[in-house]
Design a protein around this ligand. Structure first.
Ligand code: IPD
Ligand code: CA
Length: 257
């Protein structure tokens, strides 16, 4: 079974690069046509849709029996045990504004448990991958979380919902935490934030109200790099509450969130 996870990881990596190259080249001529989704600030560009189409078509060629769920509407029910969670552009707001922090996120899951993953950042050409039980890599370099042990020297990533009601609660949480940490970063792509915990660019990341396609790939990459993952109370992680950190500060974060 486990060498199968490596094969799935390689499939995810190849397709994530392909989709990343497509949108990166496409963005040179602007973000193209743009529409709104759940709120006036929740955008989707023609490149989100084009990326999802490419990923769908490529997965269909090599993994015809698998299920696929994609942010831009794909819902394919397959016959195999695997479901692919696809975010064709995570960090669409960054993409729209031509900021470099956007990513292609692809994970193969059994149920909701990720077993193989790739996150590609087209602007920096960084490819993060992981296979359950095998580890996580940035390119060919194995990943390890930071050795941070204390909240007051921790650099913490977070993100905000498109719903203004939820943002109110998120703002209050940040204002409680901010006096007790080194600093806070809001990079703008959950998948990238999770990879940044995996490689030690962040000591922790938390957010509420994500979707499975934002979380699945980065969750596996972070956990294979040694991160502790849970919800805000230390219970099993779900997209609705995500806390991923280096082990030394996990319990302090639970107490502070
Ligand atoms: C969003 C990004 C953002 C996070 C939001 C997500 P999208 O995904 O990951 O960083 O804070 O919660 O919805 O819409 O750019 O794919
Ligand atoms: Ca997206």
């Amino acid at each position: 079974m486990s060498t199968e996870y490596i094969a799935l990881m390689n499939v995810a990596a190849r397709i994530a690069r392909q989709a990343g190259d497509l949108v990166y080249v496409g963005r040179r001529n602007g973000a193209g046509s743009v529409q709104t989704k759940s709120s006036a600030t929740d955008m989707v560009t023609e490149w989100d849709a084009a990326s999802e189409q490419l990923i769908l078509q490529q997965l269909g060629l090599v993994r015809p029996g698998d299920s696929i769920i994609g942010e831009e509407g794909t819902q394919i029910v397959g016959t195999s045990p695997y479901t692919w969670f696809v975010d064709p552009i995570d960090g669409t707001t960054n993409f729209l504004y031509n900021l470099s922090g956007y990513a292609i996120s692809i994970a193969a899951c059994i149920g909701v448990e990720p077993v193989a993953a790739a996150v590609f950042l087209p602007a920096t050409r960084e490819l993060f991958v992981a296979a359950q039980g095998h580890g996580a890599w940035l390119g060919s370099n194995p990943l390890r979380v930071s050795s941070c042990e204390s909240l007051d020297t921790a650099l913490i990533g977070t993100g905000f919902s498109y719903s203004s009601a939820r943002r109110d609660a998120q703002g209050q949480r940040i204002s409680r935490l901010l006096p007790h940490v080194r600093d806070i970063r809001r990079c703008g792509a959950a998948a990238a934030d999770l990879c940044f915990v995996a490689c030690g660019r962040l000591d922790a990341y938390f957010e509420e109200g994500l979707q499975s396609w934002d979380l699945a790939a980065g969750q596996l990459i972070a956990s294979e790099a040694g991160a502790k993952i849970s919800n805000f109370s230390g219970e099993p992680i779900t997209p609705s509450e995500v806390l991923v950190s280096t082990p030394g500060i996990h319990s302090s974060l639970i107490a502070s969130l």
